[in-house]
Design a protein around this ligand. Structure first.
Ligand SMILES: *Cc1c(COP(=O)(O)O)cnc(C)c1O
Length: 371
């Protein structure tokens, strides 16, 4: 039997093929490969979908987080508080901007930054907080925004994994001053290459971001600030326009798959075995369905043998990564929950088009591995 796909992007393409192909060909025909008319249409739709006043497309999720730091003038001498447990881009953009990441621990059940540990990390140098909406679930944004307000700090949501997620009645991207998301193919809303977007309600900030995205130019060949080339390709934008059309349905399907996993695994008793927890005031978009387990290596091996691929997001906390350990490892408080997570998390297949027969194979493999 063929292994189960970890994410089945081909099934999704098959469902949308006619529309995606037509949109790509339209771009090939009109020839505006950069800044084509699809870009403005997509940005308007993104803004409407998140409830954010403005959305700006860009080249990838890393740029979507770096550009706001550049626009806000964050740089050498500044500190930014963030979670210890994320994809490396979260720490990378802080260092690229010239600032210093300061890591704090996570909540053991949601794997998101523990808001109650942020204030202890604030110094006169602190300029911003970057919460990450990990695995598709937002952090405690009310608590984080309240701390930021009290200490006059910027909040930048790393929404790379959470496009479409909800915290109370606010969508991811619209729950802080500014946010950045990623359209990397494996993200919940992905294109067929690299892509990203930035969200804000602040018109002045958006104007600066637009200029930075285009080599810091206020008008053609007139460069009033340091910028870069951070635009989204029109062809990728055409693909995203097609996918956005059925995205709300996809989020429902991801929740259906997650609920079915939760039910199937509820009676499993194994050392450190836990199913993912979503707070009652949030809706996750399930970028990953991530379990914890005691003997992870043995569990992973058994699933691989049963044709069920897994992935570890992430096997090492950011300050323990070799380069960061040497150059950017400042933390406040213990990082024990983050280190525990790095040693115990394991993600299993999750995608909106997963049918029940395929999911049953994954469920059986998990149960057998722990029997
Ligand atoms: C994927 C990801 C990024 C970076 O996005 P790219 O589009 O790959 O540059 C940043 N932060 C987190 C948490 C991510 O998962």
């Amino acid at each position: 039997m063929q292994p189960v796909p970890f994410i089945d992007l081909k099934a999704q393409y098959k469902a949308l093929k006619e529309d995606i192909d037509a949109r790509i060909h339209k771009v090939l025909d009109h020839g505006a490969y950069i800044n084509g008319p699809e870009i403005a249409e997509f940005e308007q739709k993104l803004a409407a979908h998140t409830g954010s006043k403005f959305a700006l497309s860009c080249a990838n999720g890393t740029d979507a987080l770096l550009l706001p730091l550049m626009a806000l003038g964050i740089g050498p001498g500044d500190e930014i508080i963030t979670t210890a447990f994320s994809f490396i881009a979260t720490a990378e953009i802080i260092v690229l901007a010239g600032a210093t990441p300061v890591y704090v621990d996570i909540e053991p059940d949601t794997f998101n930054i523990d808001a109650s540990k942020i204030e202890a990390a604030i110094t006169p140098k602190t300029k911003a907080i970057i919460p990450v909406s990990l695995y598709g679930q937002m952090a405690d944004m009310d608590a984080i925004n309240a701390i930021a307000k009290k200490h006059n700090l910027i909040v930048l949501e790393d929404a790379a994994q959470s496009y479409g997620a909800r915290y109370k009645d606010v969508k991811s991207g619209n729950a802080s001053l500014v946010a950045g998301t990623s359209f990397f193919p494996a993200k919940p809303l992905g294109c067929y290459g690299d892509g990203g977007a930035i969200f804000s309600n602040d018109e002045k900030l958006i104007k600066a971001l637009k200029e930075i995205r285009e080599h810091g130019s206020e008008s053609r060949y007139y460069h009033t600030r340091l910028g870069m080339n951070a635009r989204l390709d029109t062809i990728q934008c055409a693909i995203l326009l097609s996918k956005l059309g059925r995205y709300d349905w996809e989020v429902e399907q991801r929740n259906r798959v997650a609920n079915r996993y939760n039910d199937a695994f509820s009676s499993i008793k194994a050392q450190d075995f836990k199913t993912p927890k979503v707070r009652s005031d949030r809706q996750s978009v399930w970028a990953q369905y991530t379990l914890t387990i005691g003997n992870r290596d043995a569990f992973q091996k058994k699933l691989t043998e049963a044709g069920v691929p897994t992935s570890i997001h992430y096997p090492r906390i950011m300050p323990d990564q070799p380069w960061y350990k040497e150059h950017a490892s400042k933390s406040v408080g213990s990082l024990e929950n983050a280190r525990w997570a790095a040693d115990h998390v394991i993600s299993i297949p999750m995608y909106p088009d997963m049918d029940e027969a395929t999911q049953d194979r994954v469920i059986a493999a998990v149960k057998n591995a722990l029997a």
